[in-house]
Each structure stands twice: as C-alpha cells, then as structure tokens.
Design a protein around this ligand. Sequence first.
Ligand code: ZN
Ligand code: ZN
Length: 394
Amino acid sequence: MDETAVPPEVSGEERRARMLRKRKAIDLMELSFAEDAAAFAATDEYDELGFVSAIDWIRFNCHMTSGGAASSVAVGNSMDRLPRSVEAVAQGEIGLAHVTVMARTAEALKDRFDERPLIEYAREHTPGKFHFYCQHARHAADAEGYAEQEADQVQNRRLSLSNWIDGTMVLSGVLDAFGGAALRAALEPLAHRSGEHDHRQRGQRLADALVELATGGPERAAIQVTSSVETLLGLAGAPAADAEFSLPISSKIIERLACDSNITRVLLDSESAVIDVGRAKRVVSGPARRALNARDGCCRWPGCDRPPSLTAAHHVVHWVRGGTTDLDNLILLCFRHHWMVHEGKWQLVRSDDGRMLAIPPTVRFGTVRPDPPPEPFPDEEVEAPADVGYDSSS
Ligand SMILES: [Zn+2]
Ligand SMILES: [Zn+2]
C-alpha cells in the first residue's frame, strides 16, 4: 500500500486543540444564526410562507428540532442584553449552551436580570450546573414567578395508559418537576443493574422498576387473577387466566404470581367452582417469612442485593407440583429474578459450597428470546440539559 495515501497522523494534543477551535467557531456561528433567527421571528414572513410559526419554518427548513429552533430565537432575542456572554464565547470561555441558559434566564427575569454575577459562574461551571445556578437566581429574583411556573407545570401534568391490541400497554405523560423527581427517586434505585447476567438496557430496567414498584412490597398489590387449576398446572388445552385490566394471561405468569401471592387470586376447578381465594396457606407470611428473610437476607440471585421487602418467596418446587412451604423449598427472589426463573426459564442451583448459580436457558429458539446485547454506551446519569425547553417562541 502506498504510504503517501495515509493521512498524516495528528497528535492527541493537536486534535484536542483543533476541536476547541472548531467548537468556538461553531458557537460563534450559532450566535450569528440566532441573531438572524430572532430577526426572522419578529416578522410574519413565516405566515406568508405557509408555516404556523417562525419556529416551525426554522425547524423545517434549517433541519432543527423545535427546541433547538426556539433556543436560537430566544438567544437572538436576548443578545443585546448579553454583551459579556457574547464576548466570553468569542474568548472561548463559555459555550453556546451557557448562553442559551443565560438567554432563558434573561427572558424570565426581564428587568431584574443581571448578567454580571451569572457570567462569573458560567465561566467556571458546565452548562448543566449553570442551569441549576440560574434556576436559583430566578427564584431569588422572583420567587412568585418561579412558583407560578411550577404551578403551570402541574397544570400540564397528564398520564395516558392505552392498550395495544396485543395487550401491550403504552404509557405517555408529563409530570411537573417535583412529581418527576419523586418518580425517579422511587424508580432509580430499582433500575440499577441487578447482579450477574443483567444485560437489560436502561429503558428496560426502568420499565421493570415501574412494575416492581406497582407490584412489590408485602402489602401493596391488589390485582385480581382468576385461573383454573388446569391453567396453573400448565396442562395442554387449558384456557389462559383472567386478570384485571389485562388481556388473558398465560400459565407461566400465573405460575409466578401464584408462587408467592401478593396478588389476590381466585382458583377455579374444572367446573368453574371457586376452590381457593386469595392468600392460601402456601403464601409465605408471618414467622415463616421472617425466618426466610433472616436466612436469605436479600434476593438469592448471584450478585443481586434487593432487600427482602422487594422479594417474593419462590418455591423451588412449585406448590402446585407438591412442593412444600418449608424453608428448604423456599428462596427469596426479587421481581426481575423471579421472572427469570419462571418465564425466563433460568435455573438456580446451589453449588457444593452453598452459593447459588444461575444457569441460562439452553433452548434459545422458539419461545425464549435471547438477551439483548449490552448497551453500547454507559448509561450514567447525564447532567440536566442546558436547554430547559420551555417555549419562548414567536
Ligand atoms: Zn416462584
Ligand atoms: Zn434479584
């Protein structure tokens, strides 16, 4: 191969310097774009051009998101109030993301806005931290306006739960800042990776956490499930079971729910006569459960540390197949790992030294889906976005 065709290597230092130069040039160009965007938004040209707003025209023709277009207009509108910020971008001291936060703050605070103390902070901190700082500044300057904005957020709250034809539920919604934080505070601890073999993507872990939150805990659930014994035994020809708010569910789910029922269940015999309601004696409670909690301490899946309050007492040999409710036949498993043992077809075996080993299902075609590949990127929390995205627009 002709060596002259290979582009010359740049050193890491050169590349970094080049990136900084490019970023500064891009940011300056963005400021220039923002000025034009604001001037354009001040006209009604968009209307003549058949668009519903200036943001809409920019979004469509400049190939931007509406949030990005709105930010540009906001920055352009506030630019004459941000001389120090513009200068700091030119000096490479802060970036466009800082200016965007600054512009939103200027817009919210109107004549109470003071650029000087903010620019000092912006020079030293990331756009995410700066956003938090500006929120404090907004509250300090206008606590009432800040509270009003929060109240507006609450007004916009909504949650919709709709079912697809296959029974899948689609959630979509908006929570106010505090409501969202409360939800995250509840979900995040449950959405950590749980021990070995956890290749779930973050979205899957959050979804599991939500279900765990809804079904977990000793006294929380009140889903009623109605099943025939044949279904529970997984006999051929058995109908599915019925559950509140759901399409009929399979015997595999029923098997797990019935394993340690924190779900109200109704068992029917072949004549549809009720033979068992609710927490039958197989449910591990009281002293037996306390002994189990003390023995296992947490979920027994290798590497999982979900506390007993978030676990079910799994019958190693299911009680419908004659398994007892003695301590020997029980182990604590969290929601996720209980699912893996029942529906996921994993096996948990005790090694000679008493540790639990998780054995993956061997048959991977047909009913068992392979684990998804690990996420390509680490999913550490990102800082709050600098663009808070409330519309200043047009
Ligand atoms: Zn179980
Ligand atoms: Zn677990």
